[in-house]
Design a protein around this ligand. Structure first.
Ligand code: SF4
Length: 302
């Protein structure tokens, strides 16, 4: 799942189509739309690009947006390429694009994008290194769950082993990797299985950042319909906290940050791994016991 957050900066002169989303950490980035929609677009919980046919954007329009950004957005030092899966672009196109970003916006220090396991594994390590040398700095990968049955159920279209392979490939070529996981995605019965398996996959990948989001049900999705028909049980706040606890205790990272500070979460956490883990587990325990207040429902957002 990706984070639905737009930008505070005025990008009115850019050519956007459909819904534009970005990770929270890209709040101060130029949002450059290079694809429209998501190349997968089948996840049962995701309504972001429903009805949107995936396609590459016209290079002349991208070039015009780059010129606009050069004139009006030079105070932004990062670029984030949207939409859902910009890494699926052919290598020659990405090379051309990153080269143009360097030419038009020479002050940019990092380019980021979303990549799914398939689009990452379609690139050889050599190709990914070439992109890194041209300015790509970070890839955001939506893992959602490390449990095979959960990935199958939500139609993520990939097995955990491929997620691990993809995540490791990004790390091995020296790119930063941010992996998103989704609390509540497995429903009640498989909650702890989901948490443990997700922790195991995160440990195997050892990413730079983990971003924990909490499932929010969207009415225009298959999962939304299942909830309406009583076929999917949503977790209570306490159950979500228990799932978060299980996830964090099974996540072994050698460095980096474990972040549960997205607007969809009930208990905001920013954990420096591995040193901050024990304290974070204590904070979650306190929340489960009701000692620490949780965010009220009306304050949660995608
Ligand atoms: S990969 Fe799945 S969650 Fe991500 S944008 Fe596409 S459909 Fe949505």
């Amino acid at each position: 799942m990706h984070c639905i957050e737009r930008t505070d900066h005025d990008m009115d002169g850019m050519h956007y189509e459909g819904v534009i989303i970005r990770p929270p950490s890209e709040a101060d980035s130029v949002l450059l739309q290079v694809t429209v929609g998501c190349s997968h677009n089948k996840c049962t919980f995701c309504g972001t690009y429903k009805g949107q046919r995936f396609r590459f954007k016209d290079e002349a329009i991208i070039q015009a947006d780059l010129r606009y950004a050069a004139r009006n957005l030079s105070f932004l030092k990062r670029v984030f390429l949207t939409d859902g899966d910009a890494l699926i672009l052919p290598q020659t196109r990405l090379v051309r694009l990153l080269t143009r970003i360097r030419e038009e916006l020479p002050w940019v220090t990092r380019v980021g994008l979303y990549g799914n396991a398939k689009s990452i594994l379609r690139k050889t390590p050599g190709e990914l290194r070439e992109l890194r040398e041209l300015g790509l700095g970070i890839v955001y990968l939506g893992l959602e769950s490390g449990a095979e049955e959960v990935l199958r159920e939500v139609r993520k279209g990939v097995i955990p082993e491929r997620m691990i392979e993809a995540g490791r490939r990004i790390r091995e070529v020296g790119l930063k990797l941010s992996v998103t996981v989704l609390l509540g995605l497995a429903g009640r019965e498989r909650s702890l299985v989901h948490a443990r398996a997700t922790g195991a996959v995160l440990s195997a990948i050892d990413p730079t950042y983990v971003g924990v989001l909490t499932l929010m049900i969207l009415p225009n999705t298959e999962l939304g319909r299942k909830v309406e028909e009583g076929q999917f049980e949503l977790l209570t706040q306490t159950e979500l906290m228990q799932e978060l606890r299980e996830l964090l205790s099974h996540t072994h990272m050698t460095r980096g940050l474990f972040l549960a500070n997205h607007a969809s979460n009930y208990l905001p956490l920013k954990v420096k791994m591995p040193s901050g883990k024990d304290r974070a587990l204590q904070a979650i325990d306190a929340a489960i016991k009701g000692v620490v207040p949780l965010k009220p429902e009306w304050m949660r957002a995608l």
